[in-house]
Design a protein around this ligand. Structure first.
Ligand code: AMP
Ligand code: MG
Length: 691
């Protein structure tokens, strides 16, 4: 396990002092201490930054806190360079080499001259460094452009080859170049390391068990675009510090568990999914505006929709494994479908349409079959083509083989044949670059076909949501055990686990606990790290034995939502150690209805899915029913002969009605007097994603 109290991310700069006003391309530092982020710190030049970092290390050491500092520039060069320059492949020898030679003042430094000297020392001055950033002074030994450039070393380190979009450290100037940052950064690292020699370890060259760990980081690996009005560098350091602080100690240990190597490594490379885990929900995310007593269903849903956000990490998954996963980002077609114009039938292809009447054309040698690279056809000729074949150049029309006769080498048929007949145009299905999958969609088999056809091999998806299901109450016994008098079998847990799995999540059976607050607390505590959300049933009201609500309320994170719905009791919504808890009513009918209406969309949102709105249908009633205004009502229902029937009893304990039903009738909040034949809203179970 690896625990740090404080995470610092430093965005470095190789240039001169950028003045007192915070701006981009300067040095920025982000600090997250004990999980709380400070506003990003602007550091106008390197000596100010070095002093600030040294003071911070001293303060953290004095407080006995463990500190992780990430610097966003390479700690080493591609292999072979250190040895060539210093005679040793020890990266710290290289650090000291630069420390001894770099001259750094706020308004001037010798970085371009120094790397020119290196170039000349190692060869004829045509590499490895290039790009002179001084517009008014040519420097012998430092090429301005890559013309004539020669590099005896690898252009990139192994880490950079893997980190898409990262820059080579040989380029000293130009947009995105990091060469100057390395030259101007290593001396600072070298001094800090010497100054805090007993306390600093540099990862991955040294074991990261010191109180202060330095590591090379690269924010672009995991940090997305900056919000509007925020300087990109400021955003990146703040956000990466937050991401680092959110990683569990066990995951950090795994990320730090790397071999020492001459070239170093970018911390987090290969573990992007751990850093990109979404921020947790807030403890007060279910707090309702005060003074509201009975919340209408639509308002409750709008509240849930607004307060919840995806909590599952995102990972790239090979296409074949994406069925049922939720897309985390839009996917664009890499290739058009069809990629080339092709023939939809077996027949004969030629150029242009033909009028009514008899036609004869010479038949060219050969044929075009599916998979053949498209050939060419001389004008006025026809060629044999087979379904799916890319049209040869000079073919835009195909006549069906059933409609022709072949007479020696002559093709005969009767027109008219429209130009373009029996062919498919390139991109008529999907053009390259078109959206083939939207973020938030649960991926279907048909989606997979579309993605495959347009060249997508892997998709960024959410890891499945893990939903714990727990039953409570002294009267509850698991089916198969002996039930004493007064006890009933647990119907809710297997039902809820089934619903959760049909919703596409991963159900986690948390078993049953009696009406015992301490036992309930223990059981909930045990779930930490195993579930992303919890469904409980029973004990969610405000009575003596309603321990779910009591416990959540003790934790300061309970809200009893009194929703104007029937069947239903108050919904106890709360947070337990970062996981949202949906305290459902104990009555199976109410538990199922509340799950379909409230928990289902809420879980979808947590899982990264679009907010689902169940599709209902207006159909004639096969029943009569009066209802008072105030509460929305759901009746167990099913279709018969084009009309919708409802279950004979509305009793909330009648589980047989749930099984009899194939959907729900939804009656509006307002009063209603329904007569047979009136249209009512029927929502089939299928609209809830269940059967
Ligand atoms: P409660 O919400 O705890 O007041 O329970 C309301 C009703 O639902 C009571 O009759 C309970 O016995 C019943 N009930 C609670 N949990 C379950 C369960 N897991 N399976 C079946 N019935 C239950
Ligand atoms: Mg109870």
């Amino acid at each position: 396990m690896s625990h740090f109290d404080t995470f610092v991310v430093v965005d470095w700069s190789g240039g001169n002092d950028t003045g007192p006003t915070p701006r981009k391309d300067a040095i920025w530092a982000g600090v997250s201490r004990g999980g709380i982020s400070d506003p990003p710190v602007y550091l106008r030049n390197r000596s100010e930054a070095e002093a600030w970092i040294a003071a911070l290390i001293e303060a953290e050491l004095a407080q006995d806190r463990r500190l992780f500092i990430g610097f966003d520039f390479p700690f080493a060069y591609p292999s072979g360079f250190a040895e060539a320059l210093t005679g040793s492949d020890d990266p710290f020898a290289l650090w000291e080499w630069f420390e001894a030679r770099v001259v750094d003042a706020p308004d001037r430094n010798n970085r371009f001259d120094l790397v020119a000297e290196i170039n000349l020392g190692l060869g004829d001055g045509s590499g490895p460094f290039w790009a002179n950033g001084l517009p008014n002074r040519d420097i012998a030994g430092l090429p301005r452009t890559k013309a004539g450039y020669a590099n005896p070393f690898p252009d990139k380190r192994a880490a950079e080859q893997r980190a898409k979009g990262s820059f080579t450290c040989w380029q000293m100037a130009g947009a995105g170049a990091v060469g100057s940052q390395v030259v101007m950064g290593l001396p600072v690292l070298s001094r800090l390391r010497a100054r805090f020699a007993d306390h600093v370890a540099v990862w991955p060259f040294e074991k990261p068990d010191a109180q202060v760990v330095f590591a090379e980081i690269w924010p672009s690996l995991t940090v997305g675009p900056a919000p509007d009005n925020m300087i990109k560098d400021a955003w990146q350091v703040q956000e990466l510090a937050r991401q680092l602080a959110a990683v569990t100690a066990a995951d950090l240990a795994q990320m730090l568990d790397g071999e020492a190597a001459e070239e170093g490594w970018i911390f987090g490379l290969g573990f992007e999914h751990l850093l990109k885990a979404p921020p947790p929900l807030r403890n007060d995310c279910f707090a309702l505006p005060p003074g509201v007593h009975w919340t209408p269903v639509d308002e409750a849903l709008a509240q849930l929709r607004a307060r919840l956000h995806p909590v599952t990490p995102v990972e790239d998954v090979p296409l074949a494994a994406t069925l049922g996963r939720i897309a985390a980002a839009d996917v664009l077609a890499r290739r058009a479908n069809p990629p080339l114009p092709n023939t939809a039938v077996d027949g004969y292809g030629f150029a242009g349409g033909r009028e009514a009447g008899a036609h004869a054309m010479p038949l060219a040698e050969g044929r075009a079959a599916a998979g053949d690279a498209p050939g060419a056809l001389a004008e006025g000729q026809a060629m044999r083509v087979l379904t799916g074949a890319a049209l040869p150049e000079g073919v835009d029309t195909v006549v069906l083989q059933e409609d022709v006769t072949i007479d020696g080498r002559t093709l005969r048929f009767n027109g008219p044949v429209k130009q373009g007949a029996n062919t498919r145009k390139a991109g008529e299905d999907v053009t390259a670059g078109a959206v083939t999958l939207r973020a938030g969609r649960r991926i279907t088999a048909a989606d997979i076909a579309l993605l495959a056809a347009t060249g997508t091999a892997s998709v960024s998806t959410h890891r499945p949501l893990r939903v714990g299901v727990l039953s409570t109450g002294d009267e509850i016994v698991e089916a198969g055990r002996t039930a004493a008098d007064g006890q009933i079998f647990d119907a809710n847990r297997p039902m809820l686990l089934g619903l959760v799995s049909q919703f596409g999540h991963q159900g986690v059976d948390l078993g049953h606990v009696g009406d015992d607050r301490a036992a309930l607390r223990r059981r909930l505590d045990e779930t930490q790290g195993r579930v992303d959300a919890i469904l409980t049933s029973g004990g969610a009201s405000a009575g003596d034995e309603d321990h779910v609500s009591a416990l959540l309320s003790e934790a300061g994170a309970l809200d009893l939502w009194r929703i104007a719905v029937k069947p239903g009791r108050p919904l106890a919504l709360g947070m337990w150690q970062g996981a949202p808890v949906f305290g459902l009513p104990g009555n199976p009918v109410a538990a199922m209805v509340c799950t379909l209406i409230f928990a289902r969309p809420a879980l979808a949102r947590l899982a990264g899915q679009d907010w689902p709105e169940p599709q209902g249908f207006d159909v004639p009633a096969d029943f009569s029913k009066r209802k008072k205004p105030g509460r929305r009502e759901y009746l167990r229902a099913r279709m018969h002969d084009g009309r919708v029937q409802v279950f004979a009893s509305e009793g909330s304990g009648r589980i047989s009605g749930l099984a009899w039903a194939e959907g729900l009738v939804e009656l509006p909040d307002a009063a209603a007097d329904i007569q047979p034949g009136d249209l009512v809203r029927y929502i089939p179970y299928g609209s809830f994603g269940i059967t």
